[in-house]
Design a protein around this ligand. Structure first.
Ligand SMILES: *Cc1c(COP(=O)(O)O)cnc(C)c1O
Length: 354
C-alpha cells in the first residue's frame, strides 16, 4: 500500500473471493457458480453487431432489461433496479442506508462487514443459533439497516416468508435488505411483500441460478422511492453500470427463463443425492435450500478434508473460525462432477480411517 492512501482505507480488510488457482485443472466447487452454461439464445444475442456497437454507451436506464424483469416477476418497472452484480446493490445500500448502523449475522456473506467498514458504519453483529439458523426475534426493533441473506450462506438454511415479514414489520424506521442470491434453489422470496412495505429491499442476482456470474448482473425490488435512491447513487458513481453486452445477455436469458428454472431443479436433485451419499459416509449436512451444501464429519477435520480434496483436484470453500472451521461449503456441480467428488471423498475417508 502506498503512503498516499487515506487512513480510513488503510485499515480496511478487503473481501476475499474464492480462490481461482491456475496450477492445474480443478473441479471448481468453491464459488457457487452454475455448472451449466447459458442457453443458445444468450450466445446468439452477443453477436458481431452487438460487439461492433460496443463503441456506443449502453442504455443507462436499462429499459428493455427492466421490462423483461417486470414481465417475468410481475412487478412494475419503477420498482426494479439493475446493477453490476448484486454486490453493487449491496454496496449502494450500505452507502445509502447505513448511517444509523447495520445489523447482520455473525456467519453470513462476508461482503456485508467489508461494506460496513468501508463506510465507517457501526455494526450490530447477531450470532446465529447453535444450529446456524436465524432467530427472527433477534432482528426485531433494530431500526437500522438490517441485512439478511435468505437463504443464508454458507449455512444454506432459509427462513420462511412469515418470519421475514415479522422482521420487516418490527423495523419501521430501518431498511430491511433481503439478499436472495440463492432463492431459486428452494427458498421463499419476499418479493410479494414489496408492495406492502416501504422499508423492504429484495436483492437478486443472475450469478447463481442464471449461470451468468461472469456477466455481472444483479437486480433489486423495492418501492419506487427506494429505487430512486439507488438510481441517484448510480448516477453519482457510474451511470453505465450494466454494460451493453450484459444488458443483451440478460434480456435474452429472461426470454428463456424455463431453461434456468429447469437447471435449478436439476441442481436441487443433485444436491439431495449428494447429501444422501455424504450422510452415508458419516457426514452431517444442513438442510440446504441453495446450490451448495455445508457439511462436517467427526471423522475428519474441516481443514484436512479441504486440503485433501484440493490435492486431488477438487476445490471447495473452507471458512476457518470457531463456528465454521469444522465445515466445508461445497457447490453443487454437474452430476458427473459430483460423482467424482463423492468417489474422491470415499477414498479420503478410507485413507483417514486406515
Ligand atoms: C454470490 C452472492 C452475492 C453476489 O453476487 P453477484 O451478483 O455475483 O455480485 C451476493 N450475496 C450472496 C449471499 C451471494 O452468495
Amino acid at each position: 500500500m502506498s503512503r498516499f492512501l487515506g487512513d480510513r482505507l488503510k485499515a480496511i480488510e478487503a473481501y476475499v473471493p474464492g480462490e481461482q488457482p491456475r496450477d492445474r485443472k480443478y473441479i471448481k466447487l468453491n464459488t457457487n457458480e452454475s455448472p451449466y452454461g447459458p442457453p443458445d439464445n444468450v450466445v446468439e444475442a452477443i453477436n458481431s453487431q452487438e460487439i461492433y456497437d460496443l463503441r456506443l454507451y449502453g442504455d443507462p436506464e436499462c429499459r428493455e432489461l427492466k421490462d423483461a424483469l417486470s414481465r417475468i416477476y410481475g412487478i412494475d418497472r419503477s420498482k426494479i433496479f439493475v446493477s453490476n452484480g448484486s454486490d453493487e446493490v449491496l454496496n449502494f445500500s450500505f452507502m445509502a442506508y447505513g448511517h444509523k448502523g447495520a445489523s447482520f449475522a455473525d456467519i453470513t456473506y462476508g461482503f456485508y462487514s467489508v461494506f460496513a467498514e468501508l463506510y465507517g458504519i457501526d455494526t450490530d453483529i447477531i450470532p446465529l443459533k447453535e444450529d446456524f439458523s436465524i432467530d427472527p426475534s433477534d432482528y426485531y426493533g433494530k431500526n437500522n439497516l438490517v441485512v439478511i441473506a435468505n437463504p443464508n450462506a454458507p449455512s444454506g438454511l432459509f427462513m420462511p416468508l412469515s418470519s421475514v415479514e415479522e422482521i420487516v414489520k418490527s423495523n419501521p424506521e430501518g431498511l430491511v435488505l433481503i439478499d436472495e442470491a440463492y432463492v431459486d434453489f428452494g427458498g421463499e422470496s419476499a418479493l410479494s411483500l414489496v408492495d406492502d412495505y416501504e422499508n423492504l429491499l429484495v436483492v437478486r442476482t443472475f450469478s447463481k441460478s442464471r449461470s451468468m456470474a461472469g456477466a455481472r448482473l444483479g437486480f433489486a425490488f423495492g418501492n419506487a422511492a427506494l429505487i430512486s435512491d439507488l438510481e441517484k447513487i448510480k448516477y453519482s458513481t457510474n451511470p453505465y453500470n450494466v454494460n451493453r453486452l450484459t444488458q443483451r445477455a440478460g434480456i435474452a436469458a429472461l426470454e428463456n427463463d424455463k431453461y434456468f428454472m429447469d437447471n435449478c431443479q436439476r441442481i436441487i436433485n443433485t444436491r439431495e443425492l449428494v447429501i444422501k451419499r455424504l450422510k452415508a459416509l458419516g457426514f452431517e449436512a444442513t438442510d440446504s435450500r441453495t446450490n451448495f451444501v455445508f457439511v462436517t464429519s467427526e471423522r475428519i477435520e474441516g481443514s484436512v478434508y479441504y486440503k485433501m480434496l484440493r490435492e486431488r483436484g477438487i476445490l471447495v470453500r473452507y471458512f476457518p473460525g470457531e463456528r465454521t472451521g469444522a465445515y466445508n461449503r461445497i457447490t453443487i456441480g454437474s452430476e458427473e462432477e459430483m460423482n467424482t467428488f463423492i468417489r474422491i471423498t470415499e477414498e479420503i475417508m478410507e485413507e483417514v480411517s486406515a
